[in-house]
Design a protein around this ligand. Structure first.
Ligand SMILES: [Zn+2]
Ligand SMILES: [Zn+2]
Length: 539
């Protein structure tokens, strides 16, 4: 007995030995290795010589969360792309011209298919992000956009090496890549991308260095209301001298949103760089007064409009929801944006319909801006109703327990017990589905011939003759002149209303204001008559 105890004591003191050694000031071998690798990498490409840079490139960019269906992302070609980075001010400007990339043009959100040329200017300076529109007018972006943009300062090899050398927690380890039969040196550290609470402002960065101490790949994670900790990976190749003792990669290829449960990779961006200038004049991006003084865009403002007894438009932001009161519960049509938006809309709904649970959440389609608040409704106990094409992705990724360290939400912090009496979670359909308690009804229909998403539904309230649709246009103001171009999405909606013989009086769109169907028909009807039969479809 005594002997056994002795062995136990010996084992436990051996286990605590490394921690004790560290406390006595001996260096952590992993941290010493990281420093050596980063110093060698700095010597190899001259990262410390770079205070600012401008790259010019062409290539393409894709749009995670806006795909037509759950295959690869809709893609725009970048006719030109210029990016300037200034490390001292943590500022950056991307200025690019995008044109439709997929051929033939496949739809999706984010303005796909892209008509003509669109110039986009995205800027960040510390905690402030803004865009410039085609007229050069600035528009402040939300705080999390600034964090995401700041992160991209440090993914590039120059930024990664500088940030790694400055980090107090950089550590290195070897990793064997079986498929290439070689070992790379992996350096990892954390950085702050905003001034705020943890863990929301902390990002983990990982870099893979080859035997020549060149950074081959950077991996990090972005907070995403749909995906959770969303992987962002950039590969760096074709290093060339750009003067001043500096080497830069002339080819970058990035993935975003790859996930073990999603087949294939999600190609996000590919750039072939034609020119790099280092330590350029006027690289810092000054924050315009109009941006600094602008209120931060918020998602928790809710403005309610009663469309009919028991039917309430929950507006006040970029995306509406529509609450419909049934005898024993409430049905919410659309859970957009984020957990924060959902919490605000749910609080308002409880005021309007006290003592009625939100039993169902109807999701119009799979685009992330229309899906980001769905988890909040599931946390509330609601069952999600959506197209059957979405079932696997929603069950296995969106609603599955997985890493959400960067932006924890109500469902991740207060999960359902898998064996508990919880909710049904996902209810799907293919052509149509009706919710009814004999008095109140909502009819859901699959939208055919649409190029925006293959899993789009519209919701029709037969008693009130109200139609709820997302991303398919809205009625113009009464008497306004017909626009020169009617969106193919609106034509598709018009044709589906006709096909289904829906007796619509009022549109309650997820974007924009409610309006009369007569106005919608006045503008869209003639365009639908002129357009080819598959105008909005592109199947
Ligand atoms: Zn959409
Ligand atoms: Zn939308």
């Amino acid at each position: 007995m005594k002997l056994k105890l002795g062995v136990l004591l010996l084992a436990s003191s051996a286990m605590i030995a490394p921690a004790a050694a560290q406390q006595q000031g001996q260096p952590n071998p992993n941290q010493a290795a990281a420093k050596a690798i980063l110093q060698a990498a700095d010597k190899a490409i001259g990262a410390s010589n770079v205070r600012s840079y401008t790259v010019s490139a062409t290539g393409w960019r894709a749009y995670p969360g806006q795909q037509y269906h759950l295959a690869d992302l809709p893609r725009s070609d970048l006719k030109s792309f210029t990016r300037t980075v200034d490390y001292a001010t943590k500022s950056a400007k991307s200025d690019y011209v995008r044109v439709q990339g997929n051929n033939p043009p496949r739809g999706g959100g984010a303005g796909f298919p892209v008509q003509g040329e669109q110039r986009v200017q995205e800027l960040v300076n510390g905690n402030i992000a803004w865009n410039l529109n085609a007229q050069g007018e600035p528009a402040r972006q939300a705080a999390d956009v600034a964090g995401d943009r700041q992160l991209t300062l440090w993914t590039n090899p120059v930024g990664f090496i500088q940030a790694g050398l400055a980090a107090s927690d950089a550590a290195a380890s070897d990793r064997y890549f079986a498929r290439q039969n070689r070992t790379v040196k992996v350096v990892a550290f954390t950085i702050k991308v905003c001034d705020g609470p943890q863990p929301q402002c902390t990002r983990r960065l990982t870099g893979e260095f080859n035997n020549d101490n060149m950074l081959e790949r950077t991996i990090t994670w972005l907070p995403d209301p749909v995906m959770g900790d969303k992987m962002y990976e950039v590969r760096w190749t074709d290093y060339r001298d750009v003067g001043g003792g500096v080497k830069f990669p002339f080819h970058t290829h990035a993935h975003m949103g790859d996930h073990p449960l999603i087949p294939g990779g999600h190609n996000y961006q590919d750039l072939r760089i034609s020119d790099v200038k280092i330590n350029v004049a006027n690289a810092a991006q000054a924050v315009p007064d109009a941006v600094r003084n602008a209120p931060l865009p918020v998602q928790n403002r809710v403005v309610t409009t009663t469309l009919a007894p028991g039917v309430v438009l929950m507006g006040g932001g970029s995306h509406n929801s529509v609450a419909v009161e049934f005898k024993d519960y409430v049905v919410m049509i659309e859970g957009p944006l984020s957990n924060q938006r959902t919490n605000a809309v749910v609080a308002e709904t409880k005021k309007m319909f006290p003592n009625k649970p939100i039993r169902y959440l109807v999701n119009t389609h799979n685009h992330f801006d229309h899906l980001g608040g769905v988890r909040g409704y599931v946390a509330e106990g609601a069952t999600v109703i959506t197209d059957d094409r979405n079932r696997t992705f929603y069950e296995r990724v969106v609603l599955a327990p997985q890493s959400r360290t960067l932006s924890p939400d109500r469902l991740s912090t207060r999960p359902f017990a898998p064996t508990g009496p919880g909710q049904l979670q996902v209810q799907t359909f293919t052509d149509q589905y009706t919710l009814s308690d004999g008095n109140q009804s909502i009819e859901l229909y699959h939208v055919e011939g649409l190029n925006h998403s293959d899993n789009m539904l519209i919701a029709y309230l037969p008693k009130q003759k109200i139609l709820v649709s997302a991303d398919l246009g809205a009625p113009p103001a009464a008497g306004s002149p017909a626009p020169a171009n009617v969106s193919p999405n609106s034509i598709a909606l018009y044709r589906n209303i006709q096909r289904l013989k829906l007796d619509v009086t009022t549109h309650a769109p997820i974007h924009g204001n409610p309006g009369a169907h007569a106005e919608f028909a006045r503008v869209v009807g003639p365009a639908a008559a002129r357009a080819p039969q598959q105008g909005g479809g592109g199947e």
